[in-house]
Design a protein around this ligand. Structure first.
Ligand code: CA
Length: 317
């Protein structure tokens, strides 16, 4: 009798291990969640689990795990603040598959120049297109994304802002490296996309990006402007500190038409933040003032329960 009960217990335990449902592990640096650090949640996660990170600043470096998505509350709300003292990359995908990092700002609290710090590194033969970086803002690090031999990740709908201090937006190392680089805005670096053709040339898929205002947009690679949906034009951010798009941005509705549509139902925009169009969405022109030389207009829109606007000046025809 006793042995049959033990046998039943063993069967039940192994069955529940196999059938364990995917969990959502919550992280909040301010407390009130299961974990206070993102890495602690990742370390506890099993394949299929999702780590959900509340708004706030997280001073740590992240090592991703296969099968575990890590979701921020949006790139304007959840920030991972790296520092070269913590290692060479704020986020690392190393032999990682089926894992997505989405909805974060990735930055640093250390001086950019000389830090040698990367925001994201992909490496490892296992790292394929199911290793995904999406809807993130990368700024304040000397290098944006390193794709090392061998790895073939997907980099989609991110905004990389070098702000004139960054060295490289995306570095694609010696092959075999064939990242998919899609729907991103890459601006303000010495080199926008740098492809290093070593003994095995990389074969990146570069489609529907705005690579603009880097000292060199494409280094050691043919200029992709005008090819495969890629453009090179001022994305018209709201301002240097707010990387949302304005309504007349050339990045609006300019992403890959085969990508999932934006929340407003329109074709996907380039960059991390889609611009909301439609009846309920501003901009609305509140004020228009004509002088002898110029027309001034105040355009405003609702965002995060606030109405933000800016003046625009147009020369008289
Ligand atoms: Ca759109």
């Amino acid at each position: 009798m006793k042995s049959s009960v033990v046998l039943l217990m063993v069967f039940w335990l192994s069955a529940s291990a196999v059938l364990a449902p995917a969990r959502t592990l919550t992280v909040d640096s301010g407390g009130g969640a299961e974990f206070q650090s993102i890495q602690a949640a990742i370390d506890s996660a099993l394949a299929g689990d999702v780590v959900e990170v509340a708004a706030g600043a997280y001073h740590e470096h992240i090592v991703m795990k296969s099968g575990v998505d890590v979701m921020g509350a949006g790139a304007e709300r959840t920030t991972i603040v790296g520092n070269a003292a913590l290692g060479f990359s704020v986020v690392q995908f190393d032999d990682v598959v089926n894992a997505k990092l989405s909805g974060f700002e990735l930055t640093s609290d250390a001086p950019i120049e000389g830090s040698n710090l990367r925001a994201v590194t992909f490496v490892g033969a296992e790292t394929d297109q199911t290793a995904v970086l999406e809807r993130c803002i990368l700024t304040g690090t000397q290098y944006g994304i390193f794709v090392w031999d061998p790895s073939t990740p997907t980099i989609t709908n991110n905004t990389l802002m070098g702000a004139g201090l960054g060295e490289q937006g995306i570095y694609i190392g010696n092959g075999p490296t064939s990242p998919v680089i899609q729907n991103n805005i890459i601006s303000g670096y010495a080199l926008g996309i740098h492809v290093v053709a070593g003994d095995i040339a990389p074969s990146p898929v570069i489609v529907y990006n705005d690579v603009w205002n880097n000292e060199t947009n494409y280094e050691r690679y043919p200029d992709q402007t005008g090819l495969n949906g890629n453009i090179s034009a001022d994305p018209l951010f709201v301002d240097a500190a707010d990387l949302h798009l304005q309504g007349d941005s050339p990045a609006v509705d300019a992403g890959d038409p085969d990508s999932p549509p934006d929340p407003d139902g329109t074709r996907t925009d380039m960059g991390a933040f889609p611009y909301a169009q439609g009846a309920g969405a501003l901009p609305a022109i509140f004020l228009s003032l004509k002088t002898a030389r110029h027309t001034w207009s105040l355009e405003a829109r609702e965002r995060r329960s606030k109405c933000n606007g800016r003046f625009k000046r147009r020369n008289q025809a």
